[in-house]
Design a protein around this ligand. Structure first.
Ligand code: UDP
Length: 384
């Protein structure tokens, strides 16, 4: 007989696994400590302006993954949306990611693609053969001037660390282009759920057999009541921080409202130290198909995450990876629990990757249940 499954967290990881297992006939209890579902993707309408707000900061859905794209489109109407970021540095406005217009505007040139490419190669530090750090990656591919104008200070504001201490993978999130394409992402599919992410997650959870318990913390001591637990909370919290707290960055938002159009774009980054914040998000531009007289903005400040803050970005330097490894070993000795998602595996995950991994995790669980094999603590290696 199929028994109950507990899922901790009602973000994308938890909701997708609940969806898949409930459809396979399991009874699923989802425990969410916050008063809402959808985790940090949660969106709600601002009562004053009626604008759909990304409550925990900007989330733009973009993917090359057919399965994740098909999944989200099954549960929500997606509107076409292309993220085009503007960046202010040295008192001037540029387009990001770095593209031909950025290069030409910044250097006062009229380069064509091959000329811009040759120019960046001439200013790049070619002595860096295999960039390991964020700084090396920047110096190798865009050279010192663009690095210092767009990345260095923003990154110090965002991470509280020198770019020489951060992995190259963080900068690799951003493309560099030698044409005038200023789409922030390289992916085949990009869009915005017409009625917000929370409605999408609500639909994902609308399967007979799923019960969502809001404002409810799951006590690991209760795991024996369930056949299996999928845990998308912070991995160190499951083990009562036995190996110390894994560090995160958290965000503070200064919310303000205005009439009309405040900044003409959804996201404007502030790349130098003229401003202490990293970016301003004007939420109504995420829903260009809607009309609003009022407008609501978030000024975004990043800082170290303390005990009662919401964790956002995991800081995976060498020391933290060693600490994570200890938690991974503890998790591998914990029967009937699988750790999933950004917090459960301590990785910087985009929404599409989270959804795809949750689908893979569900597949593995259903296969294991069929064959009688043990479901592992991780469906995806968090140390890879
Ligand atoms: N970044 C930067 N300047 C910018 C935008 C991004 O230096 O104007 C760096 C920064 O370190 C940031 C990383 O690139 O953390 C990844 O940027 P992304 O926009 O993907 O960050 P997210 O939207 O996930 O916060």
């Amino acid at each position: 007989m199929k028994k109950n499954i507990a899922i901790v967290g009602a973000g994308f990881s938890g909701a997708v696994i609940a969806n898949q297992l409930a459809q396979a006939g399991y009874t699923v209890d989802v425990f969410e400590s916050r008063p809402h579902i959808a985790g940090n993707c949660h969106s709600e309408r601002d009562p004053e302006t009626n604008v759909m707000v990304h409550v925990y900061g900007p989330h733009i859905f973009h993917t090359d993954n057919e399965r994740a794209w098909e999944f989200v489109n099954r549960y929500a109407e997606f509107k076409p949306y292309v993220n085009r970021v503007k960046a202010i540095t040295g008192g001037r406005v540029f387009t990001l990611p770095i593209n031909l217009l950025t290069i030409n505007n910044f250097f006062g040139k009229t380069f064509r693609p091959a000329e811009a490419q040759a120019f960046l190669e001439s200013v790049a530090d070619k002595s860096i053969e295999n960039p390991q750090t964020f700084e090396e990656q920047a110096l190798r591919f865009v050279g010192r001037e663009l690095y210092e104008a767009f990345f260095k200070t923003y990154t110090i504001k965002q991470w509280g660390l020198e770019p020489s201490q951060l992995p190259a993978s963080i900068l690799k999130r951003l493309p560099v282009r030698f044409n005038y394409d200023d789409n922030y992402f390289n992916h085949k599919y990009q869009g915005m759920p017409a009625n917000g992410y929370t409605e999408l997650v609500e639909n994902v959870l609308k399967v007979p057999g799923i019960t969502v318990h809001l404002n409810t913390r799951f006590d690991p001591a209760d795991k024996g009541n369930y056949e299996h637990v999928f845990y998308s909370g912070p991995i160190d919290a499951w083990f009562k921080h036995a190996e110390g707290r894994l560090p995160y960055r958290t965000l503070d938002f200064e919310v303000f409202r205005d009439k009309g159009d405040y900044q003409g774009n959804a996201v404007v980054n502030y790349c130098d130290d003229a401003e202490p914040y990293t970016r301003i998000t004007e939420h109504k531009h995420f829903s260009p198909w809607e009309k609003h007289d009022g407008t609501i903005m978030y000024k975004e400040y990043s800082r170290q995450c303390e005990e009662n803050d919401t964790p956002y970005y995991p800081i995976r330097q060498a020391r933290e990876k060693a600490q994570l490894e200890k938690y991974v070993n503890l998790a591998k000795d914990e029967p009937n629990v699988t750790f999933v998602g950004r917090l459960g595996t301590y990785r910087y995950l985009d929404m599409d990757v989270t959804i795809n991994e949750a689908l893979i995790t569900s597949d593995k669980f259903l296969e294991a249940a069929k064959s009688g094999a043990r479901m592992p603590a991780f469906a995806i290696d968090p140390l890879a």
